[in-house]
Design a protein around this ligand. Structure first.
Ligand code: ZN
Length: 346
């Protein structure tokens, strides 16, 4: 089917994907063997089956075991490099990934500065060798204490003034209910004072109040935000302020945020004029990739090529790249996409 072929070949941008939630099964097996960690899976196929989303506790169990497999900064660098290689293989030209440094600080005592240096080496190498640019979002997991959140913010402030740091924003992830964004007001105030943007998950596991709390903290972009429809005035505000939403359809279906892909609000968000990007979140857990998300949305919603072209252009515009880089990337993608549309007749 030529639309599918076009979607596989088209240049893409991804803004919402978690590095620890995107470790390729083969990389995980390699790390587990290297670090003597016993996994409940021995082959790539078994890891895939083990990864398949069942429920939230299973998801957390996998997440923690993956984090345990990352024992050293070399492991972190390897995972980031292989992730970026796989992103490039999907024709992703720019990606912003989320990473939770505090987990590795408390689990293994790896300093946030050392973790950052490892990720930044991978970022530079991937840009040279695979032609994919990248920016990093260091996030706070909502479940940790406000003091732990402050530690991540303080580390980021120190890194923010270093040259070519590759950081995009301070993030917030995890379970929303019982952990409103204001819990980390001190961390966010510190980041804002240093000029660090805030990109916060909200409107995924909780509704409009959580989105409003994230906006009140000064979020410039929202992870998910799809539960805004519980409050029409909020939808209007998100549209009027052009707050970008990082929409992750398969993740929403797996986590029960929406009952099925067919009932996902993505087409409605686009029709209502909101600023929307399409993303994979934790791809192997949700048995997806960014390309798969494109193909599934094409099939589920009957989107034509022009919808995906616009989604990619929006992702470039709301990325945290400098304006000159955005303009160059948009122009490159425009030229390449136009040629591909002629080639595939879409
Ligand atoms: Zn996420």
């Amino acid at each position: 089917m030529s639309l599918h072929e076009f979607l596989i070949a088209m240049p893409k941008v991804e803004l919402h994907v978690h590095l620890e939630g995107a470790v390729p099964p083969a990389t995980l097996l390699k790390l587990a063997a290297r670090n003597g960690i016993d996994l409940p899976a021995r082959t790539v196929e078994e890891v895939r089956r083990w990864f398949a989303f069942r429920d939230f506790p299973h998801f957390v169990e996998i997440y923690l075991l993956i984090s345990r497999c990352l024992q050293s900064t070399d492991d972190i660098e390897l995972v980031a490099l292989e992730f970026l290689r796989d992103q490039a293989a999907q024709q992703i030209r720019h990606t912003e990934f989320t990473y939770t440094p505090y987990t590795h600080l408390i689990q293994k005592g790896l300093s946030i500065a050392d973790q950052h240096a490892a990720l930044n080496r991978a970022r530079r190498q991937a840009e040279r060798e695979y032609g994919v640019t990248c920016r990093m979002i260091f996030d706070i997991a909502r479940e940790v204490s406000p003091e732990a959140g402050l530690k991540t913010a303080e580390a980021m402030v120190a890194l923010w003034s270093t040259p070519d740091h590759g950081l995009a924003a301070l993030g917030l992830g995890g379970y929303e209910v019982g952990h409103p964004a204001d819990k980390f007001a001190a961390a966010f105030a510190l980041a804002r004072a240093a000029g660090i943007p805030l990109i916060l998950h909200a409107g995924e596991t909780d509704g409009p109040a959580s989105i409003r709390a994230a906006l009140a903290q000064g979020a410039v972009r929202l992870g998910h935000g799809v539960r805004c429809y519980d409050e029409p005035a909020l939808v209007a505000e998100l549209r009027d302020r052009a707050i970008p939403l990082e929409v992750c359809p398969s993740s929403n279906v797996c986590l029960g945020v929406v009952p099925s892909l067919a009932q996902h609000p993505l087409p409605r968000l686009l029709a209502d004029g909101l600023t929307v990007t399409l993303n994979s979140d934790d791809p192997p857990f949700f048995d997806t990739t960014l390309t798969q998300e494109y193909l599934r949305c094409a099939d589920a919603f009957g989107f034509g090529a022009e919808v995906f072209v616009e989604l990619v252009a929006t992702a470039v515009r709301v990325s945290r790249l400098p304006e000159a880089d955005k303009a160059r990337l948009l122009a490159d993608i425009h030229t390449e996409t136009a040629a591909l549309r002629r080639q595939y007749g879409v």
